[in-house]
Design a protein around this ligand. Sequence first.
Ligand SMILES: Cc1ncc(COP(=O)(O)O)c(C=O)c1O
Length: 430
Amino acid sequence: MDARAAPHLPANAEVLEPAERLSHVYPVHSRRNESGRLEIGGCDVVEVAREFGTPAYVYAEEDIRERARGFMDAFAARTDRFDVVYASKAFPCTAVHRILSEEGLSCDVASGGELYLALRGGFAPERVYMHGNNKTEGELAYALDRGVGHIVVDSFDEIERLERLTETRQKVMLRVTPGITAFTHASIQTGQVDSKFGFGMDDAPAAIERCMASDRLELCGLHAHIGSQIFDLEPYERLAELLAGMGNYPLLNLGGGLAIAYTAADDPPTIDAYVETLLRAAPDGVTVLCEPGRSLVGNAGVTVYTVGTVKDVPGVRRYVAVDGGMSDNLRPMLYGARYEAEIADRPGGDALCTVAGMHCESGDILIRDVALDDPRPGDLLVVPATGAYGHAMANNYNALRRPPVVFCAEGDARIVVRRETYEDLAVRDV
Ligand SMILES: Cc1ncc(COP(=O)(O)O)c(C=O)c1O
């Protein structure tokens, strides 16, 4: 249906054909096939749902590879001193780790569990950077035992702890909180003064001195991450200049945070423009690192749900309830993240709907006010751009079983994480 006919759309809504309007939020090479169904990685999403059930996270493997190559090529065209470090919190999954380690990336882990998955997924320990504002002794000991390349120290307590635990000279980087407030949601800002992460600008000189004086720690560089879903690249220039002014070290890690398109209106910078900005601002001779998470995997994945009930509250709204919700995508509830949606075989539409989850919370709303083509029970609803922080933040609220992860490539759909079973829900009982 033509979006122009949509009587409920806001007056300022961009009027474009649905396929064009949303093409940038779907994985690369997604298309409508001859039957009018969404195709991802060459696989018909309706068939994928039939085979693996819903809800399901469905990824186009090629999308992840293309974006990884986008980062690697953008750096390689300009310098040979760089490292692209996958922020594995975005999608901690062995199958994606395999792809990204094959593509030559390093890995950022923020817990012992993420470290375990990264190593299992094929990252060499020396290519791992370990983060965290409160790494436990157990996690540090695990990292040291496995020979993790760099530990990014976050506090004076941790410096002391690490010195005590390490028997060799451990390479470290130092996380700085630069006092730069990126324009994004407060929950995903991390560079501002009032932050639980890293050393503030007042403390950083003493922390640097402390590391330099240590015979157990080798300070290799500085790190900062100013936040996530950042559209404006200017703060990265300020960040690079600021860190460069704090001394000469071999490594300079400017964090992650490049925005992606979640909605039709989102127009993030290209990977190339982002890399260009980082390198332009960094001093010569330093190895520049960045830590993309969502910009590697976010647009690669969609979530496919089945519509169960449609409820009209006359004059108020139409609720379209699906077989998942805040247990498979917490972001809307956590910080009001906005998504698009379409029926898998009937794109577009002019019925303004609110997509609700099935959890026992009124706030369990996935999307408010999205135009759909007259949804009915049994329809498959696709929510694009759920590839990052969806599976990662999935939980078992209401004892829902966490969905499977399906990778699609060249027309082949393969399951890489199976759906949980009811037995899984009790597997830790003693
Ligand atoms: C230290 C660090 N690096 C990288 C990232 C990745 O951010 P994004 O997924 O927005 O690229 C995060 C996200 O929280 C982070 O905390």
